[in-house]
Design a protein around this ligand. Structure first.
Ligand code: ATP
Ligand code: MG
Length: 234
């Protein structure tokens, strides 16, 4: 099983450098492609005012692919630019109840029940926004893996020294191969997935000095457990 402790700092430096390269080398030409494509479309429309012909379908296809690439780059940059955490001793309950309220409509839409059990410590050393971001990614994954009638839960445990957050589902589970690759940036088994959710979770937890663990049984479900320790000097 892969863990955060695999030198996350080095990995995040590399990702930031890559992101700068991607922004420069891919974003700019993409924008230029987009502009030139609309010029082309405009000129063709003037010559073929009824917009009949295969050529417009081809242009639409190119525009669609450019948009897909642009969305992908945006998602990647959002991931890579995630700032260092602003860790403070915060109340845990409001963060997670906010998040539960936010995700409840999506659960109802999918016919999946959400159980929230916050028996863990009242206070923990976390960046509130990043904690929510990490748990949201886990909840979305859980929902995406769970058919109607299924159950998703978020529970806390731990003590003054460490906050443990576990997100469980009784959905499709992961094969051992998927679990092995789950944290790898861009690894996805979903048609619409970017494959950055768990990479981001691992990054956030790593920057908090914590760890992340997946336990999963194909056909039975998955639990992802995050540990956020208190800083050593406290
Ligand atoms: N709760 C889960 N149950 C089953 N499989 C999961 C679960 N969480 C993650 N996975 C598997 O791990 C893969 C990687 O997850 P990750 O969140 O990184 O990317 P994604 O969900 O595919 O895309 P993104 O989060 O970027 O939209 C998923 O494609 C899926 O195969
Ligand atoms: Mg995901």
């Amino acid at each position: 099983m892969r863990r955060m402790s695999e030198s996350p700092a080095k990995e995040s430096d590399l990702i930031e450098t890559l992101a700068a390269g991607v922004a420069h080398e891919v974003r700019n030409p993409l924008n230029s492609l987009q502009i030139n494509l609309s010029i082309l479309e405009q000129e063709l429309s003037e010559r073929l005012p009824d917009r009949q012909g295969h050529v417009f379908a081809v242009l639409a296809k190119i525009a669609g692919e450019i948009k897909r690439l642009d969305d992908f780059v945006s998602e990647f940059l959002r991931f890579a630019r995630s700032p260092r955490p602003d860790v403070e001793r915060r109340e845990v309950r409001p963060l997670l109840t906010d998040l539960a309220a936010f995700i409840t409509p999506e659960c109802s839409k999918r016919g999946v029940s959400l159980d929230v059990g916050l028996a863990g410590p009242d206070m923990a050393w976390v960046d509130g926004f990043q904690l929510k971001q990490a748990v949201l990614n886990l909840l979305l994954n859980a929902l995406q893996a769970t058919p109607a009638g299924g159950h998703v839960s978020v529970r806390t445990a731990g003590d003054e020294r460490r906050l443990v957050v576990a997100v469980s589902d009784d959905g499709e589970g992961m094969s051992p191969e998927t679990r092995e690759k789950a944290f790898t940036p861009f690894f996805t088994t979903r048609e619409e997935g970017t494959g950055l959710g768990l990479a981001l979770v691992r990054r956030i937890v790593g920057q908090h000095g914590g760890s992340v663990d997946i336990s999963s049984t194909p056909g039975a479900g998955t639990t992802v457990t995050l540990v956020f320790p208190a800083p050593r000097e406290v």
